[in-house]
Design a protein around this ligand. Structure first.
Ligand code: GUN
Length: 291
């Protein structure tokens, strides 16, 4: 049987609708407009696209967007001074520093200088610790989006075998924490994992987040498993014409869809959910700040 396609684009539109309603109520009933500050250092083309999209969607749901674009050679002191100013600004409820940062800047130092309650990425060490101990925290946007889609499809995740492929701080590790929080039996697999195909074949839920185009073939997928593909990889597509490219995930979609019970497509799966969850986290931060 063909897999159900988990439509992240439609799901994200629903989340944005809920955020818009919440923002409207905050304005009408409390006179508060949530605000998100996004800081971009340098001119990485992919980061520029993401930041533009974040700003546009922030405004579309009725929130204030504050964009800070800094030169690639900005000093650490100047960046920390800006974050300090945003930390103190009561109109700013969420702060996001787009990663990766230029090499001369210490990413950990910069992220940990954001006030934890405004850290809508959930990357601050306090939020990482709170999530790991099951306490109320800011939850990283991409894994949060994956969890929302999994809960929506399965209802309860309790007792399911989940494999997360990839151990990044942004996706793999927080994803594993969230699945554990929902009582899955969780394996984190990575480049040194022995017999990865066998590990994946046992899983009821596969979350692929490694950034390697189509590295998970369909025959690794257990019949009926749920596949969440976080990868967004651009590859050459000579079949579309000379110099053309296309986006693929970390999973080989056609062969995996033939075995899975449900699967997220690329594009249109996890991607749209990430920014929707960022907007939701900003509203959460605003509500906590005003309670
Ligand atoms: N770069 C790639 N993904 C992310 C993300 O989720 N947050 C930030 N701040 N930077 C990123």
């Amino acid at each position: 049987m063909a897999a159900e396609i988990i439509d992240g684009k439609a799901f994200a539109a629903k989340v944005r609708g809920q955020v818009t309603e919440h923002v409207t109520r905050l304005k009408e009933e409390h006179g508060i407009t949530p605000g998100l500050a996004v800081v971009l250092v340098g001119e990485d083309p992919a980061s520029q696209v993401y930041v533009r999209s974040k700003g546009k969607q922030t405004v579309e749901v009725g929130m204030n967007s504050y964009e800070h674009k800094l030169d690639a050679d900005t000093s650490e002191a100047d960046l920390l001074a800006l974050i300090d100013q945003l930390n103190k600004d009561s109109e700013v409820h969420g702060i996001l520093v787009q990663l990766p940062l230029p090499k001369h800047l210490d990413e950990d130092l910069v992220i940990n200088s954001i006030a934890p309650e405004k850290d809508v990425d959930g990357f601050h060490i306090s939020n990482v610790g709170l999530l790991g101990t099951g306490q109320k925290s800011m939850v990283p946007c991409t894994p949060l989006g994956c969890l929302m889609m999994l809960r929506d499809y399965h209802g309860s995740l309790s007792g399911l075998d989940a494999v997360v492929i990839g151990r990044s701080n942004i996706v793999g590790k927080p994803m594993a924490q969230l699945l554990l929080g929902d009582s899955c039996t969780v394996t984190i697999a990575h480049s040194r994992t022995k017999d990865l195909p066998e590990v994946v074949r046992r899983a009821d839920i596969v979350v692929a987040a490694v950034g390697r185009p189509e590295m998970v073939p369909g025959d690794w997928i257990k019949e009926g498993a749920t596949v969440i593909d976080v990868g967004i990889n651009r590859i050459d597509a000579p079949e579309k014409g000379e110099g053309k490219t296309r986006l693929v995930g970390d999973v080989h979609y056609e062969s995996a869809a033939a075995r899975a019970g449900a699967i997220t497509p690329v594009p249109g799966g996890v991607g749209p959910m990430t920014i929707a969850c960022l907007l939701a986290n900003t509203v959460t931060a605003c509500c906590r700040a005003n309670n």
